[in-house]
Design a protein around this ligand. Structure first.
Ligand SMILES: NC(=O)c1ccc[n+]([C@@H]2O[C@H](COP(=O)([O-])OP(=O)(O)OC[C@H]3O[C@@H](n4cnc5c(N)ncnc54)[C@H](O)[C@@H]3O)[C@@H](O)[C@H]2O)c1
Length: 428
């Protein structure tokens, strides 16, 4: 089948490369000239395990091509996937400008019978608007669908090959059948539904997961107060199959390119239909305050951060990615700097992107250089590299041996036994 993926960000590049691997003829299309040049050379413009291998294979087979031209790709495509960004407006509402602009650009080149499937996260109603935009420009027949994307950065290839579920929202039987056939090589449960339900699934899923994170952070804060151990409490909760262990990891809260903006968009949508989603608003508020909570811990243990050097381990919003969008590290570092702390930091892959955002930070080539002469070390992102550090060596390097484990990756007893002052999030 001939396909075009519009927008070659995380979602577009990864799904395009995987669908080419399944034997389809695929175009990855972007307005960003530099990005397309990079992709044509077989280089991935971001850090994501396994993608380069799929990209190179696709290019070598001739089944995967990249272009800046709608004219080149759209007339050849039977299915077009819209994968452009849907950021947040200041009001919280989703900004659909990129989706509508892409729709306008598709329209003049459409051939009869094309399916336009939206992978970008958009609210119910967005596809009606897309239909209007395209119909104004062309009389060609096309059908719309919603195929929301659930891949997780850091494990995106695995998630694309083996997703927890495939959601196909479409209006007519033929479109549903084409999309079902296209997804056949993928190993995952499939749900076929109407477009609006498909779009709601994505928002509901992210809102639920974000709420779960904030719930675990709230329970951990109580644990801190009543001298209970949040890790054991989360085990006790999470091993109940009705609850599940995932996302019950207290820490610095959620960030990234999806949860913050998608919860804001759902909250905005809920208010606009007259049913404010207080539960989501509270989850967001808990998440916002979690930075203050960890900051206060740091400030107390460092006996005031003014003039102190704080070492930060981990900058990306989660491990195995260099994505700094809404990373918790930025909020924490800015707060520490506002209060007079000097910052040293290390991240295995995100320092290049972090340098574009963070000012007056000393970036170091490894965690030991971060620890050197620091008064306190904070774990901000739970990279595997940080789980087995040589703490005897770190103790010798630090000015004062204090660790705030913002992701609960260490056993408190072990670190304390080595002579550190240690605090996790809700850990004894
Ligand atoms: N990143 C994720 O983990 C993830 C997971 C699931 C769903 N999503 C959703 O998928 C969508 C895309 O996310 P992303 O992280 O891949 O975005 P991204 O910001 O990484 O990439 C978007 C790309 O679209 C391109 N673009 C913008 N306008 C265009 C146009 N008119 N024509 C062609 N290209 C255009 C941009 O140049 C950019 O390369 C969003 O709605 C997001 O919420 C993202």
């Amino acid at each position: 089948m001939n396909l075009t993926f519009i927008g070659t960000g995380y979602v577009g590049v990864i799904t395009a490369a995987v669908f080419a691997d399944f034997g389809n003829q695929v175009f990855g299309l972007d307005i960003d000239k530099k990005r397309i040049k990079t992709l044509k050379k077989g280089k991935v413009p971001f850090y994501e395990p396994q993608v380069e291998e799929f990209l190179k294979k696709g290019l070598a087979s001739g089944r995967l091509k990249f272009t800046n031209s709608y004219k080149e790709s759209i007339p050849k495509s039977e299915v077009i996937f819209i994968c452009v960004g849907t950021p947040q407006k200041e009001s919280g509402e989703v900004n659909l400008d990129y989706v509508y602009k892409a729709s306008k650009q598709i329209a003049p080149h459409l051939k009869d019978g094309t399916i336009i499937a939206v992978k970008s996260t958009v609210p119910p109603g967005a596809t009606d608007q897309i239909k209007k935009i395209i119909k104004k420009i062309t009389s060609k027949k096309f059908s719309l669908a919603s195929c929301p994307e659930f891949l997780r950065e850091g494990q995106a290839i695995e998630d694309t090959l083996h997703p927890s579920r495939i959601i196909i929202g479409a209006e007519d039987k033929k479109t549903i059948q084409v999309l079902l056939d296209l997804h056949k090589p993928i190993n995952g449960k499939t749900i076929v539904c109407d477009i609006r339900s498909a779009q709601m699934v994505k928002y509901a899923a992210n809102a639920y997961l974000a709420t779960k994170v904030s719930f675990s952070n709230s329970i951990a804060r109580i644990c801190d107060k009543v001298d209970a151990d949040a890790k054991l409490v989360m085990d006790g909760l999470g091993f109940d199959p009705r609850i599940g262990r995932q996302f019950l990891y207290p820490g610095l809260g959620f960030g990234g390119s999806c949860f913050p903006k998608d919860t804001a968009a759902l909250s905005f949508l809920a208010k606009s239909v007259g049913y404010p989603l207080k539960i989501i608003d509270v989850a967001k508020e808990v998440n916002r305050k979690q930075i203050d909570y960890v900051y206060k811990k740091i400030n107390r243990l460092a006996k005031g951060v003014k003039g102190k050097t704080i070492g930060i381990l981990g900058l990306s919003f989660k491990p195995n990615t260099d994505d700094m969008r809404e990373a918790r590290s930025t909020l924490l570092i800015e707060k520490l700097q506002r209060n007079g702390a000097k910052i040293k930091a290390h991240d295995p892959v995100a320092m290049k992107n972090a340098k574009k955002i963070l000012k007056k930070v000393t970036f170091t080539p490894n965690p030991y250089q971060t620890a050197k002469n620091s008064h306190l070390l904070v774990i901000v992102t739970e990279w595997n590299e940080f789980k087995k550090l040589d703490f005897k060596r770190i103790k010798k390097l630090m000015k004062t041996p204090i660790v705030v484990d913002g992701r609960n990756i260490y056993e408190p007893e072990r670190i304390k036994r080595l002579g550190f002052t240690y605090e996790g999030i809700g850990r004894k």
